[in-house]
Design a binder for this molecule. Structure first.
Ligand SMILES: Cc1ncc(COP(=O)(O)O)c(C=O)c1O
Length: 393
């Protein structure tokens, strides 16, 4: 029962990419602006077509995309930006980097934005940055309609949501700008990398210039000339470009994306079904309008003491399943109380309670049905040992 694959390992890069990579290495043309129609440019076009966005800009990470997205809004210094309290530490960091102040919004046991807290805090902010954490989509109908009413711009952090749809439309395409990650634990992996998408030509031109399109390099982007000319030399160059090698690696995986989404969803649903049978586990349902593309599963422990939660974590990891409870370790980057760089401390009891019981296990698309069943059954076995006091130290 213990021969489960290493779930924290990334997927191999497709064989088909190897000859293009070899060619690129032989020319040394790694910089996107050496030539027109570079590998980065091609990736941007392919990604934009796949996701349904008019403009796409490849950058060095999703954090860079979030930072640039915020900068395109031309917010005043110390502008307030609402973010969910359940997200990765890089998200409030991008807000701070953009010289803004993060305002944390409560999240519920379903990992999504708590709409009551959202409506209160929305009155106080200049922009909203929605992290669809671990691909759990917050209610975009309500968020967008409220933001539109108040004229508050929305950025989507879709780092974990590539391939997720809401009413059939891709997540990331709802806000003024959407941001994606190509870090290794994502559906498209180049180790590091990111993509910014938008349907706003002015924001796009700003992002292109700030990402490092110095002089006339904006000519090597798809976009409208007068917007680029307007921003040329008027904005700082933050140099957050993607290189051609990373672009080739990501691009070679786009043809596999649909299959990965399908397998990831299958894996998630198999594990969710088995885990739901336990009285000590609650697996939140997806939203009606959401079609998810998960490569991990989250579930809540129910009726365990904090000591039992810790014991369960230790035991399941000893059994070989890499599981984290977000709030259980001292320095978890998804626990908001560890973000010591925030200008303000938050208590946020709902989110804290959720994080103390929410489990997270990677289920990469390459796992097969038996792998996923094994993982779920081992989780149930570990829980049963803890609850029945028979876990060996
Ligand atoms: C929710 C979320 N947003 C943004 C990021 C930042 O992504 P990157 O590592 O590409 O900067 C991460 C990182 O995993 C993340 O988990």
């Amino acid at each position: 029962m213990n021969n489960i694959p290493k779930i924290n390992q990334a997927d191999p890069i497709p064989e088909a990419a190897r000859s293009d990579i070899e060619n690129l290495l032989s020319t040394g043309d790694l910089f996107r602006y050496t030539n027109y129609n570079s590998a980065v440019f091609t990736l941007e076009q392919n990604f934009a077509n796949k996701i349904g966005a008019p403009y796409a800009l490849a950058v060095s990470s999703c954090s860079a995309a979030l930072f640039l997205a915020l900068k395109t809004l031309s917010l005043p210094a110390n502008a307030k930006v609402l973010i969910p309290a359940f997200t990765f530490g890089a998200v409030p960091s991008a807000v701070v980097h953009a010289n803004c102040i993060p305002v944390l919004c409560e999240c519920g046991t379903d990992y999504r934005i708590d709409l009551d807290d959202f409506l209160i805090k929305l009155q106080l902010v200049d922009a909203v940055l929605i992290s669809h954490m671990r691909g759990h989509t917050s209610d975009m109908d309500k968020i967008l309609s409220q933001c539109e009413k108040l004229g508050v711009p929305v950025i989507e952090d879709a780092a974990h949501s590539l391939g997720t749809t809401w009413r059939g439309k891709n997540i990331g395409t709802f806000g003024r700008l959407g941001c994606f990650s190509f870090q290794s634990y994502k559906l498209l992996n180049s180790g590091e990398g990111g993509m910014l998408i938008t349907d706003d030509p002015d924001c796009f031109a700003k992002a292109v210039v700030m990402s490092g399109a110095y002089e006339h390099n904006w000519e090597k982007h798809h976009g409208e000339r007068h917007f680029f000319e307007k921003w040329q030399n008027q904005l700082p160059l933050y140099n957050m470009r993607l290189n051609n090698l990373s672009a080739l690696i990501v691009d070679s995986q786009i043809p596999y994306l649909d299959e990965r989404i399908e397998n990831g969803r299958r894996n998630h649903d198999i594990a969710a079904k088995i885990l739901s049978h336990s009285e000590w586990i609650h697996v939140p349902e997806k939203f009606e309008h959401e079609a998810r593309a998960p490569d991990s599963i989250q579930f809540n422990l129910v009726g365990l003491t904090p000591l039992e939660v810790s014991q369960f974590c230790d035991l399941i990891n000893r059994m070989g399943v890499a599981l984290q409870v977000f709030g259980n370790s001292k320095d978890n980057a998804r626990a908001f109380w560890n973000w010591g760089f925030l200008p303000e401390r938050y208590s946020l009891p709902k989110t804290r309670e959720m994080l103390m019981n929410a489990c997270d296990v990677r289920l990469p698309a390459r796992l097969n049905v038996d792998d996923c069943k094994n993982i779920a059954e081992m989780i149930l076995e570990a829980l049963s040992q803890i609850k029945n006091n028979i876990a060996a130290e």
